[in-house]
Design a protein around this ligand. Sequence first.
Ligand code: PMP
Length: 422
Amino acid sequence: ARETYVAARPKSAAIHAKAREVMPGGNTRTVLFYTPFPTAMVRGEGTTVWDADGHAYLDLCGEYSAGLFGHSEKRILDAVKAAMDRGINLAAVGEKEGMLAALICGRFPSVEQVRFTNSGTEANIMALAGARGFTGRTEVMAFRGGYHGGVFTFPVGVPVSAVNLPIPMRFADYNDPAGAAAAIREAGDKLAAVIVEPMQGSGGCIPATREFLQALRDATAETGALLIFDEVMTSRHGYGGLQQRMGITPDMTTFGKYMAGGMSFGAFGGRRDVMAVFDGHKPGALPHAGTFNNNVLSMAAGCVAMGEIFDEAAAEAHFARGERLRAALNAVCAKHGLAMHFTGAGSMLNPHFRAGPVTAPYKAAPAEEQMRELFFFDMLAAGIYLARRGMAALMLPTTDADCDRFVAAVEEFCAARKPVLT
Ligand code: PMP
């Protein structure tokens, strides 16, 4: 399989070889690295991407959830082009940022005020800075298996002492309501914030239980720590995010990914009294700088993406399509009696090469890692592009026929790999 992969991709191989000279590992994004060399993509249209060697793929990776609108949504392209025609860097506030802020505040229950950044990582950094400023406390609690950006990567099985962060951190186990509540109470008035993904995305598309989120809500309310939902990935799971679907309102929420139509984006928002720590009208306001925070391309695309395209009906239909797809995939796994199943919520899903259910993140065994690798390369060979870990993040233009094609490819994988999987 490896030989076939290499033989079919001379141009990707050459791109990698050149890049390796001047970038460590030949790329600038850890998630895109895999051996022997990653497939280089050169073009996208709708739900199709083409690699440098001319192969076409059904794009189910969806730019790790930032590609919600597909590669050629005309309204977004028009908005970006119109913004470009008026000048890209204006070094000033503009009208669009207030419009996009109003759209976001209007739909997420926890967000009374919001500010923009360039990425989800920065949004989390700023939300934590805000929480620390507001509470006057220093420590932050996160969960094993969580991911909140490049500097906030907390894989299961990595000693906490190895996490090199400028913020003093505490960790608890995901989906363990009693354990997390006890840890929050123990931290008491040292704890400024608890940050949690309502579905762990990078950790394997593992949704939080309602009971777990409620325990975090109750315990933080008791101790005065702020509860921050990282909805960088999950805000697509409902018109008002996963928080609205779960019926739990955090104090702050962070966003990113698809919200600016695919342009670079991040945002953090929350209660008006908390966000007031950034209010420049007040003496001693916390600084929040960033040359590209309100860049006109992201602001213009965001207004169209959130104001015109991803409305309530679109959000619900998209969530439902993903639920149907996951059910169909799991029916295939069950039919073949494999130790394999898909977790997730709505339009995002992830395979696990073990018997279900998976309700908490885990350190995969070498055999599981091997299956994950096989799955990714088998899907590529079948013309389906996923995240390397197998995650899919459906785009709005993804059709039922696209989903059927994925299910058929997974069925073939199950049949072919049955001897190793059972
Ligand atoms: N939080 C979560 C939950 C994410 O999934 C990601 C990105 N995968 C981030 C934060 C970081 O966002 P960005 O890559 O835009 O910095």
